[in-house]
Design a protein around this ligand. Structure first.
Ligand code: T46
Length: 137
């Protein structure tokens, strides 16, 4: 797994009323302060999202319904993760290329983000990404 990526198991509380799953910001859980939350939903079958890297943004991806895949490329190797379980968050640090696909019809993917939206934070072509990997601090 690329450095810094991990699955975070939410703390689930079960009782006869149903399940409650908790994610917290702390060094051993969501390792950043959440400044923004967004939801990917109503994604038509066959759509691809992402196709970029973020210079500084860290994120956690949670499938709150349905499933989708996220493919991570770090400049050397590629890894595919399936988001399909609301009790697990995939934490992804900054600096990694990602593409999302295979969205189920009912997929709802919640993204917790460490920064406010900034277009300047995106690297949207792979050549620029490869150059950036060579010079990043
Ligand atoms: C990621 C992948 C998996 C905003 O105005 N504010 C926002 O917070 C966001 C996330 C997007 N936008 C606007 C910018 C674009 O005009 O919404 C439009 C689509 O955004 P984007 O091209 O970033 O969409 P995706 O689905 O390719 O990427 C999103 C996230 O931006 C990105 O962080 O990792 O999902």
């Amino acid at each position: 797994m690329s450095e810094g990526i991990f699955w975070l198991e939410g703390h689930s509380v079960h009782d006869p009323r149903g399940d409650l799953t908790i994610y917290q910001c702390s060094p051993s859980e969501i390792p950043f302060v959440i400044k923004r939350v967004y939801l990917l939903h109503n994604v038509p079958g066959g759509s691809l999202r992402g196709g970029h890297a973020h210079r500084t943004l860290s994120q956690a991806f949670i499938s709150v319904n349905g499933s989708a895949t996220i493919t991570i490329w770090d400049g050397n190797s590629e890894e595919v993760f399936e988001l399909n379980d609301p009790t697990k968050a995939l934490v992804i640090p900054n600096g990694l290329w990602r593409e999302m696909g295979n969205f189920a019809n009912d997929a709802k993917i919640l993204v917790l983000a460490s920064e406010l939206y900034s277009e300047a934070d995106y690297i949207r072509d792979k050549f620029t990404y490869s150059e950036w990997l060579n010079v990043k601090p």
